[in-house]
Ligand binder design. Structure first.
Ligand SMILES: Cc1cc2nc3c(=O)[nH]c(=O)nc-3n(C[C@H](O)[C@H](O)[C@H](O)COP(=O)(O)OP(=O)(O)OC[C@H]3O[C@@H](n4cnc5c(N)ncnc54)[C@H](O)[C@@H]3O)c2cc1C
Length: 374
């Protein structure tokens, strides 16, 4: 790091021998680490457990700008559209670099109205088409016939987030990055208002810059001045997966409705998701499984005969205003990439690109996401 805070090699050129430590090997930390490593930085990613076994593993993997953000015109929606446009090339690059399939598919989504009141509330915007009940049923015949219509969002896509995590870890390591699992960052060492090293139970590690991408746990590492840690809170989400009886086909599209969603993923259908603030509890409950099943059966009655094959829970990184926390923190040398809440997979390529530019090219933060806004 230069005296004025810039990192050598900035201004668009390749950074040489800049040492960067990333805390957290989820989709955020691995994507950022991979991009920084490709740009010539020397990156080490630490995870307190196995890579990509946090929210990334639990995710439904939707790249769901319409389903999650709707017609709103906000900085997040703009960023989400940008990110979803990056996804096809991002997916291709990960698959090429890792030699692994991550299941990226632009399958489209139906946002279903269950009744006339919901149908009246469906707003059409650019890239989204309104369908009648009959048109909706023609696209997804398993839906209950008493739906009132839908929005068809053809650009919605999905990726297998578990395969994505593995592939990103491989791509990062193949690019020359160092991945250190099972080593928790417990404390930052701050000298003269600058983070100089991080401390684990085994050692202290110095670097020129540090990226805090520890998901829902990003606010819990000791050593920062008061108010400098990102105010991230865990938001629990439970999901289930079901498989069809022999000979029964999967739905073809992502389906939103009844406060939840159905995601066809090769041979299983993912049903999500609950949303609760329960601290760091990741227990799997019968109540959540029952709720998800009954919402799904109400949309597609035939699902009553499908077998539940997996139940799981994960913790989304929520922020006080629901927006990502992305860029420089109030402590020199420390950058944050967290607070993505329900959209960390969707936003991953844009977050990686944005933070890489902030670190290596001194680009400015998107004001709505600036970590120093709190
Ligand atoms: C049920 C559910 C469904 C979801 N569905 C979608 C979806 O369809 N589309 C979408 O875009 N998003 C979805 N999300 C949200 C998305 O999963 C998250 O926003 C995203 O995975 C966050 O990625 P991350 O890398 O920041 O966090 P994580 O994936 O949680 O990774 C953080 C990593 O940091 C590590 N870590 C924590 N503390 C430390 C420490 N002190 N030292 C070292 N390592 C540490 C953890 O072990 C973990 O591996 C969903 C989330 C849930 C829970």
């Amino acid at each position: 790091m230069l005296c004025d805070g810039r990192i050598p090699g900035g201004g668009g050129s390749r950074a040489t021998l800049v040492k960067i430590i990333v805390i957290g090997a989820g989709v955020a930390g691995l994507s950022i680490g991979w991009r920084l490593q490709q740009r010539g930085a020397s990156v080490t990613v630490f995870d307190r457990g196995q890579p990509a076994h946090g929210a990334t593993w639990a995710s439904a993997g939707m790249i769901a700008t319409a389903g999650e953000l709707g017609a709103a015109q906000t900085p997040e929606t703009e960023f989400a559209h940008y990110s979803s446009g990056l996804w096809p090339d991002f997916a291709k690059a990960i698959e090429q670099a890792s030699s692994q399939d991550i299941g990226y598919v632009r399958c489209g989504a139906l946002i279903v109205a269950r009744n006339a009141q919901e149908a009246a509330g469906l707003t059409v915007w650019s890239g989204v088409e309104r369908l009648s009940a009959l048109q909706t049923l023609a696209r997804e015949p398993m839906l209950t016939p008493d739906i009132a219509g839908s929005l068809w969002a053809p650009d919605e896509a999905q990726v297998d987030s578990r395969a994505l995590g593995n592939a990103l870890a491989t791509a990062f390591v193949r690019a020359g990055g160092v991945l250190v699992p099972n080593e928790t960052i417990v404390r930052f060492k701050v000298e003269s208002d600058r983070v100089t090293s991080v401390v684990t139970p085994f050692a202290s590690h110095e670097a020129d810059a540090f990226v805090l991408a520890a998901g829902a746990w990003s606010g819990g590492i000791d050593g920062l001045p008061t108010g400098a840690a990102p105010p991230v809170k865990p938001v629990k989400g439970e999901m289930i997966a079901v498989v069809p009886p022999a000979g029964v086909a999967m739905p073809a599209h992502i389906v939103w409705g009844n406060g939840g969603y159905l995601v066809p993923r090769s041979d299983r259908l993912l049903i999500g998701a609950t949303s609760e603030e329960r601290g760091f509890d990741t227990s799997v409950t019968d109540a959540a499984a029952d709720l998800l099943s009954s919402r799904a059966r109400d949309l597609m009655p035939a699902l009553a005969k499908w077998e539940v094959v997996e139940r799981w829970a994960g913790l989304r990184p929520g922020s006080p205003d629901g927006l990502p926390i992305l860029g420089r923190t109030s402590v020199d040398g420390l950058f944050a990439a967290t607070g993505q809440f329900r959209n960390g997979i969707l936003l991953a390529p844009a977050i990686a690109e944005n933070l890489t530019r902030i670190i290596l090219e001194q680009a400015a933060e998107i004001p709505a996401f600036d970590p120093r806004r709190f």
